[in-house]
Design a protein around this ligand. Structure first.
Ligand code: FES
Length: 159
């Protein structure tokens, strides 16, 4: 009985090693690219953001949700997620608890609890994000801000 040994030449071995290394590199690049182009689905601005339990938001309160760059404004009518971005030149607009209004530090625009302009130069109401309340949890889709010229009650999600 003769035993046949398969021999692999040095150049074949190097070719296989080289090809394997290239395949690994391409696979890593492909995974990195996929992660880069994949939309952010949860957790941060640009995706679905968990704001908190509905009971955590008292009626007639405004709370900043830092991770989502928005404010949860809860009124007797319901709940809104207002983007903090000023509709004048884009400054972050803080909520002034004493005034009971949003007051832009850049050029002085003032907005009410619904994001409606009380005084300019802001040309329109603050943008808002869709809100969904599931099992008492408030979720906000920060990937789709809605622009509006004026506030309308239809922009509020009932709570
Ligand atoms: S950026 Fe807010 S008033 Fe100008």
């Amino acid at each position: 009985m003769t035993e046949k040994k398969s021999k692999i030449t040095r150049s074949q071995f190097l070719g296989i090693a080289w090809g394997g290394s290239l395949a690994l590199i391409f696979a890593q690049v492909a995974v990195a690219l996929l992660r880069f182009i994949q939309p952010i689905s949860t957790g941060g601005f640009g995706g679905l953001v968990y704001a908190g339990k509905i009971d955590e938001f008292a009626i007639d309160s405004v709370n900043r949700i830092l991770a989502g760059r928005f404010f949860i404004s809860r009124t007797p009518d319901g709940i809104m997620a207002l983007w903090q971005k000023c509709t004048h030149l884009g400054c972050a607009v803080p909520w002034d608890e004493k005034e009971g209004k949003f007051h832009c530090p850049c050029h002085g625009s003032v907005f009410d609890v619904y994001g409606e302009v009380l005084s300019g130069p802001a040309p329109r109401a603050l943008d808002y994000f869709p809100v969904e309340i599931k099992s008492g949890e408030v979720w906000v889709d920060t990937g789709t801000p809605t622009q509006r010229s004026k506030h309308d009650p239809s922009h509020i999600t009932g709570a």
